[in-house]
Ligand binder design. Structure first.
Ligand SMILES: Nc1nc2c(ncn2[C@@H]2O[C@H](COP(=O)(O)OP(=O)(O)OP(=O)(O)O)[C@@H](O)[C@H]2O)c(=O)[nH]1
Ligand SMILES: [Zn+2]
Length: 202
């Protein structure tokens, strides 16, 4: 994929000051962000996260999913480590977009699970593409990663574009009474690797 690096600025956060790098997909004009913390050493495996946009969870405090909690936890871990990256990819709703996600939530309110809702709307369970990752990581100097995720598809997607995932670090945070069945569906139907205690401890 052709993606253009645009500019870099500081991004002060509650956990520390990140550098924010802006990108634009040439074909679609879609905008993505890479955050880095500290000095990136290309010879080392770098702690990082690939995070897909979730306006409701990341910005509007939704408890329907775990996205906002994962975002905060990842940024905190990166800042504590003193070195790391986070790619914030604008593929809302696993690639179906915000309004279709709200349609899917409407179906879920009526009893469908997250995968059934997507399928009823005529979408696959997960429509995300990860081909912007390689040029974005190249720009910020990351070649090997310790990836914070529970999603095996992300690990495979990284390897497919030639990025070595040295370690997968589980990121199980934010379980609550509103997202319990969402998390279960991730584990049973989307292949996410979740330990059982995630479902049992209140
Ligand atoms: N279609 C749809 N998308 C959802 C729903 N709930 C959350 N999402 C989207 O799911 C995506 C979650 O992305 P991530 O947190 O990066 O990744 P993940 O696949 O859950 O894997 P992890 O790295 O383990 O968190 C975001 O794009 C959310 O907007 C839902 O019920 N339906
Ligand atoms: Zn979410």
């Amino acid at each position: 994929m052709s993606i253009k690096y645009i500019a870099t600025s500081k991004l002060p956060t509650p956990w520390g000051v990140f550098d924010m790098h802006g990108f634009e997909e040439t074909a679609t004009g879609k905008e993505h962000v890479a955050l880095t913390f500290g000095q990136i050493d290309s010879n080392q495996a770098i702690l990082g996260r690939i995070h897909s946009e979730c306006l409701t969870g990341d910005a509007l405090f939704s408890l329907r999913c775990d996205c906002g909690f994962q975002l905060q936890s990842a940024m905190q871990s990166i800042a504590e480590k003193g070195q790391g990256f986070l790619l914030y990819l604008r593929q809302e709703g696993r690639g179906i977009g915000l309004l279709n996600k709200i349609r899917a939530y409407e179906l879920q309110d009526a009893g469908a699970n997250t995968v059934e809702a997507n399928v009823r709307l005529g979408f696959e369970a997960d429509m995300r593409k990860y081909d912007m990752i390689a040029p974005m990581l190249k720009q910020i100097g990351v070649e090997k990663v310790n990836l914070m995720t529970n999603n095996p598809r992300k690990v495979m997607a990284m390897q497919d574009v030639g990025i070595e995932v040295v370690e997968r670090i589980p990121l199980q945070v934010g379980k609550n009474r509103y997202n319990e069945s969402y998390l279960k569906t991730k584990s049973t139907e989307l292949g996410h690797m979740m330990s059982e205690h995630h479902f049992n401890d209140e």
